[in-house]
Design a protein around this ligand. Structure first.
Ligand SMILES: [Zn+2]
Length: 171
């Protein structure tokens, strides 16, 4: 399944591993921040890197904090990065997040012309980039993004599973 999400030359496995290792560093920091926000919100954090690899946007889930149905981590990161960038186009940028973006966020990323999206855990129920539906490959998509899923997949899934388990126990 994972092959579907990785574009480029599959014969260059070593190169791919080297390229992906830089995402695991970012993913570890995303997971630390997710655990922190997990005390009040769904533990999701997203960051956006510019063409030089600098972090220009960071967002956590703020739906409950802000009473905002659009308050997903990806949207928060996009808003911050577009302010810093002073542009709504992200062709040369990378968004990294611990859970596969939902359909709303996947659409927003297509609208933002994000160059690449990297995520940890797949969301088979609500994922908009392959887990449930792949909007980046849908005929309605005017912009094709590179998608890499499954970075630190186990760790990313575990944090979310624990969070939902805790939520169920509280009910
Ligand atoms: Zn979302």
């Amino acid at each position: 399944m994972r092959d579907i999400f990785e574009n480029g030359n599959s014969n260059n496995e070593q190169q791919k591993k080297t390229n992906n290792s830089k995402y695991t560093l970012w993913m570890n920091s995303i997971l630390r921040r997710s655990k922190e926000i997990g005390k009040v919100e769904l533990p999701i954090c997203s960051i956006i890197l510019d063409e030089r690899g600098r972090c220009i946007g960071r967002g956590v889930n703020r739906r409950n904090i802000n009473n905002d149905p659009l308050g997903h981590a990806e949207i928060m990161a996009l808003r911050q990065a577009s302010l810093i960038k002073n542009d709504w186009r992200f062709n040369e940028c990378i968004l990294i997040t611990n859970l596969e973006p939902c359909t709303m966020c996947a659409s927003a990323l297509i609208q933002a012309r994000m160059g690449k999206v990297v995520f940890g855990a797949y969301d088979k129920k609500r994922g908009g980039l392959g887990g449930s539906i792949n909007l980046s490959k849908h005929k309605s998509s005017h912009h094709k993004m590179e998608i890499i899923g499954g970075i630190l997949e186990e760790e990313c899934s575990k944090i979310l599973q624990l969070w939902f388990k805790k939520l169920r126990a509280q009910k």
